[in-house]
Design a protein around this ligand. Structure first.
Ligand code: M6R
Length: 579
């Protein structure tokens, strides 16, 4: 969703801002813009993607600037609605990430007082309110404006002839990068990695006064110190490195993501939390919800621990009875629904654990403890290596709860993941790419694995896909099966193998082409299906991983065959920061 960048220093701001915006493209956006500060405010804003426009030719002068990628909420994507927004005089400019819930009422009042609005956005009210309070001190004007706003914001504000950027945060992420005689600000660390490894994570309620040499942070009117943290991601992590897409690179990074996350292990506090929890609830959205469901199946079947899993967006409005440990699972650590659920769990006195990939992200600020996945930055909108690293983190928890029962299996699992990366799946791709509908089916943990396979297929290939418990298809979806509706069945050995084979035969009888993922050497299965994709003969924990990776590859190659924008699928954002 929206991303913001800011720069102040001795270099021309424009190229740095444009580069920073490109690093934020992965979040999803429909328009962009920058403003630089000189004796006036210089402005460039445009609907569309940065690469589609004459953005290389943008040359606004100035050593201080702010930029924005917009994901439209209030007002359609257009040049005018793009940020930065300015006040009536055009001498104050700002970029905003978040939503101002009381903007309609504020706008009415401002219009009544003679302000002229250019856009349909909620953001523009902030520029006019700052204008009303501005008497030469930009920080003071911002401080007086913020209490009037209801909603969420990360803000960067500049004013003509004022050598400062004022930054403010409440419920939307904002990080500062400390360079050598220069400072950067951004919605996340991606734009900062090529300039500095020294990062300050702003807290809710913070207002920062940023000059080229210094940053001073205030909270509730008093100066506060926020620690400078060193990030362990580097700029190579955010380059494509010879792969056709970030998603492809990230799929291939999964053995390492899994291995690193297992190697990092659990700290004693987190281990105690999971060992002593009387009740365990996981809350998450999208792919993270699927990893939570897989964890539930594994924990209940292998360790006899009851687990509850809730969708983040439902939790706040229909909370379950809340007790014990609540685990929020979120790659980005910024998903609004998951954060809202976590806050509610805290209000109910639950102990809370965050599993996330992003150091310093909001979820880490809210939860009592954090278990950091070691996937490295994930740029492709479709979650791949973060999914695998989440499973690694969750399997670590399982292992701790079961006193090391799976330690050996987990320490070798990355090898099996590596083995399936080169599976030939072209026949399966050929079946899927012409289909309008595809079903993914499995049982036990392979049911959420199938849900994840379907989500991946939908999001990047735009083929309608559903993940089902294999036994459920005959309760309705059978009506949709034809020779044009491939079914992808995950069919490992074990207690459900026999019934899965029966289910597959039932589907075949309805003429659906079957693509089966089964154990290498399973001739019985190979003979009854149209395409057989072998998986290594491993422990169930590892089968979950290898099957998932093959399904990712199937979606990836199908989307490529259909020439989709794999890394930036339409309408989607990497980090969903609105409810
Ligand atoms: O950052 P999170 O893990 O909280 O994100 C949750 C979902 O938005 C995310 O998993 C989404 O479903 C993925 N793009 C799917 O690939």
């Amino acid at each position: 969703m929206c991303g913001i960048v800011g720069y102040i220093g001795r270099r021309e701001a424009t190229p740095l801002l444009m580069q920073g915006l490109k690093r934020l493209e992965y979040r999803g956006y429909d328009s962009f813009g920058i403003a630089t500060m000189g004796s006036d405010i210089n402005l460039f804003k445009k609907r569309g993607r940065i690469s589609d426009s004459e953005s290389d030719a943008v040359a606004l002068a100035g050593y201080v600037g702010i930029g924005h990628t917009r994901w439209a909420t209030h007002g359609e994507p257009s040049d005018i609605n793009s940020h930065p927004h300015t006040d009536c005089s055009g001498r104050i400019a700002l970029v905003h990430n978040g939503v101002i819930e009381n903007y309609a009422e504020l706008k009415k009042q401002l219009v009544g007082r003679g302000h002229r609005f250019a856009s349909e956005t909620d953001t523009e009210v902030i520029a006019h309110l700052i204008e009303e309070h501005y008497n030469g001190d930009l920080r003071e004007a911002v401080e007086k404006t913020l209490p009037l706003l209801k909603g969420s914001y990360a803000l960067l504000v500049i004013a003509a002839d004022d050598q400062r950027i004022i930054a403010a945060r409440d419920c939307s992420p904002l990080v500062l990068g400390i360079g050598d005689g220069e400072l950067f600000a951004a919605s996340d660390m991606m734009p900062l990695l090529e300039h500095t490894e020294r990062i300050v994570f702003m807290e809710d309620g913070d207002i920062a006064e940023i000059t080229a040499g210094e940053v001073a942070i205030y909270c509730d009117g008093a100066r506060v110190e926020r620690p400078v943290e060193l990030v362990n991601w580097c700029v190579e992590d955010v380059r494509k490195g010879g792969f056709a897409h970030y998603m492809q690179k990230e799929i291939f990074e999964q053995p390492q993501a899994f291995y690193e996350t297992i190697k990092a292990g659990l700290d004693d506090h987190v281990a105690d939390m999971i060992k002593n929890a009387s009740e365990i609830t996981l809350v998450a959205c999208g792919t993270s919800y699927h990893t939570a469901l897989i964890f539930k199946y594994l924990a209940e079947s292998l360790c006899n621990i009851p687990i509850r899993v809730e969708v983040g967006s439902e939790f706040k409005y229909y909370p379950p009875p809340l007790k014990g440990l609540v685990i929020a699972v979120s790659q980005s650590g910024e998903t609004a629904d998951t954060l809202a659920a976590l806050k509610m769990a805290k209000v109910h006195g639950c102990s809370t654990l965050a599993i996330t990939n992003v150091q310093g992200s909001t979820v880490t600020r809210i939860a009592d403890r954090t278990l950091l996945m070691r996937a490295g930055p994930e740029i492709g909108v479709a979650a791949t290596k973060s999914y695998t690293a989440q499973l690694a983190a969750l399997m670590e928890l399982l292992d701790a709860r079961c006193e090391g029962a799976f330690a050996d299996v987990l320490s070798h699992a990355h090898l099996a993941i590596g083995e399936v990366l080169l599976r030939d799946i072209q026949q399966a791709v050929a079946l899927c790419k012409g289909a309008e509908h595809v079903f993914f089916v499995g049982r036990g943990p392979f049911y959420p694995v199938s849900m994840e396979g379907a989500l991946k297929m939908k999001e990047i290939s735009y083929i309608h896909a559903e993940g089902y418990a294999a036994g459920e298809l005959k309760h309705g979806p059978f009506a949709l099966l034809t020779e044009q509706t491939p079914v992808i069945a995950v069919c490992p050995p074990g207690s459900t193998y026999g019934v899965m084979v029966s289910n597959i035969k039932e589907m075949k009888a309805r003429r659906a082409p079957i693509i089966a993922l089964g154990t290498d050497g399973d001739k019985e299965l190979e003979e009854i299906v149209d395409v057989f994709i072998p998986l290594p003969d491993t422990h169930p924990l590892v089968q979950v991983l290898t099957a998932s990776v093959v399904l990712q590859l199937l979606s990836y190659h199908t989307a490529c065959a259909l020439q989709r924008d794999v890394d930036k699928p339409r309408n989607l954002a990497k980090s969903v920061t609105v409810e």
